[in-house]
Design a protein around this ligand. Structure first.
Ligand code: S3P
Length: 171
């Protein structure tokens, strides 16, 4: 069980498995989790792809920060899965620290993330092709490195096994 004040944020590149791992973690630890992308889509009543495609990435980032700051003050939330770009925004990192969340970077190879991105039905406007996604992946490493914990995702582990290891090591 997580300690009463242990609050975790999962970050990492698109396709690394943040949402699935957060779901398993909340199930194992019997604590409340929030998926930031889902909250944004519920509040906006449209998909993130629609927001980015119609209003651009800058507008999406503002919406993302507004939703994150609301989610961070939620009393019972102990696990938050971010969208892959949320941790890159400096203001979001500041807000997260201010609210005493510990950030775990789910680190994986680009090829592993790309396999998941290309198999997924989810539309990711910022990873439309492999070249663009690879560029973003390497550009972001220096920001993901700023997370409190690094957790290396080995491709032979299932999401359940990964969640179990995080639960054992981090909580
Ligand atoms: C993004 C990642 C997406 C989503 C949006 C932008 C990014 O979330 O927030 O499409 O900039 O990396 P996932 O990491 O869950 O795919």
């Amino acid at each position: 069980m997580p300690s009463a004040n242990q609050k975790i944020i999962l970050t990492g590149f698109m396709g690394v498995g943040k949402s699935t791992i957060a779901r398993f973690l909340s199930f194992m630890l019997k604590c409340e989790k929030v998926d930031l992308d889902l909250i944004i889509e519920e509040n906006e009543r449209r998909t993130i792809a629609e927001i980015i495609q119609t209003e651009g990435e800058a507008r999406f980032r503002r919406i993302e920060t507004e939703n994150l700051s609301r989610v961070l003050v939620g009393n019972n939330v102990q696990i938050i899965a971010l969208g892959g770009g949320a941790w890159i925004t400096e203001e979001n990192r500041r807000l997260i620290k201010q609210h005493d969340f510990t950030t775990v970077w789910l680190e994986s190879s680009f090829e592993h993330c790309w396999r998941n991105i290309s198999c997924s039905k989810r539309v990711r406007p910022l990873a439309k092709n492999k070249t663009e996604a690879r560029r973003l992946f390497y550009e972001r490493q220096k920001f993901y490195c700023l997370a409190d914990w690094h957790f290396i995702i080995k491709p032979d582990l299932t999401s359940f096994e990964i969640a179990k290891k995080i639960a054992d090591e981090v909580f």
